[in-house]
Every structure is written in C-alpha cells, then in structure tokens.
Unconditional design. Sequence first.
Length: 255
Amino acid sequence: MTRFPLTWPSPRCLLVALMTAAVASCASSTPAPSSAKSSTGERDTAVVHEPCEKDSASAQKVDVNGDRMPDIIHVKKDGREVCRVVDLNLDGAIDAFIYYDGNGVERRRESDFDRDGRADEIAHYERGAVVLKERETNFDDKLDTWDYYEGPRLARRERDSDGDGIIDQWWQFNNPNDPRCAVVSTDQNTDGKPDPNSVVDLCAESYGAPKAIPPPPPGSASTPAGAAPATNAAPASAAPAPANAASQPADKKGP
C-alpha cells in the first residue's frame, strides 16, 4: 500500500483559510432578498401577498372610531395572533398587514402607502428588527428596490431602475450621521456589475476632507521666535478657513 507523506499547511495558508471562513460567515448573516433569483442580480419582482385570514371565524375585529367598520383585525390560530390587519388612518382601506412568529414577535409587514389596495413595501424582520425592505417605487406593481438594514440604520440598497428585473444600481450609505449620503454605482454597460467609472458620492462636498487651515503669518504670536516661516503659507488675499474647520468630527472626513 502506498503511503502518502502527512503534510500540514503553512501558517499563511491557515490564516487565509480562517479569513475566508470569517468573511463567508459575515456575508451569510445578511439575509438575501426573498425575491432573489441568481447571483447575477436578477430578481423576481412580483409583489406577493402572504395570506391573512381576516374573515375567519376566529378573527377579532375592533372598531376604533365607531363607524361600524373594523379598523383593526386580530387573526388568531390556536389561541395566538398570527397576523393583524390595520387601517391606520381610519378611511376604510387597509394600510398594513402585520405578521407574527411563534413567539408573538413581528416578522413581516406589508404596507400600502398610496391606498390602491396593493402593497408598496414588504418589510422583513428578525427578532423584531427590520433587516430588509422590498419596495415598489414607480407605480408599476413590481418590486424595484431592496433596502438592507444593519440595526436601525439603512446600510445598502440595490435597485432595478429600468424595470427589467436585473439590478443596475448599488447604494452604500457610508455616513451613519446622515442617511441621505450614499456612494452610488451603476451598471451602464449591462454586464450585471457596477461600473468603476460610474461611482457618484452624493455627499462628497458636505463630508469630504476638511479645508486646510493656513499657517499663521511669520512673526505672529503663534510662530516661535527664530522659527523659519512656513513655505506653504497662504497668500494674504486668500480667504480665511471656516472657524469650525479644525473641529470637524472624524466621521466628516472622506472615505
């Protein structure tokens, strides 16, 4: 019988393997959209309503404003609430379906914001915290936007801007202090990948690197006696830097 020598991987290989496993573990912690079809960015854009038996015999209907129409419907099964139907603005139309897991914690919410009787947003929850929102934003009754959350903060977004069912925009919300700020990449050559030359920083000017503070002129109180004047001193006609430039927080600096 041929015996093969027993060899051990080098420390460097072990380190690479551990790092790869760690990255894979982190990546798997973010749920993939329920409508994902492939790794190429293709999506199933159908807005699918999860059944909630609001007319069942066990449903408990609550009339909040006394108009003899139910504003809240608690749908129960085996003694526990499995879903809830809510008319938030008391106009007689359903605004949201809310679904609960076996522990009574919210796991899903379908919201109708434009009151057309169809869901515009489907939010997915884990342990009561939102992790993904699938949205329909252009009134064509198809999903086109997928928002991913880390804790309470919107972290990234994927969009199908042309309605062909394939992701062509990638948003990274890189400033925790301003949810309007994002770095956006687009797929302009239709290869299913972000184009490097398409990157746009929506808040580059507002949280970029602070303006440099010009050094004090020679002979001022802040210049030590005998010290050589700074070679990069600003001209006398240059506008002074903002008074708060030096105190800008670190998170206002560029990436």
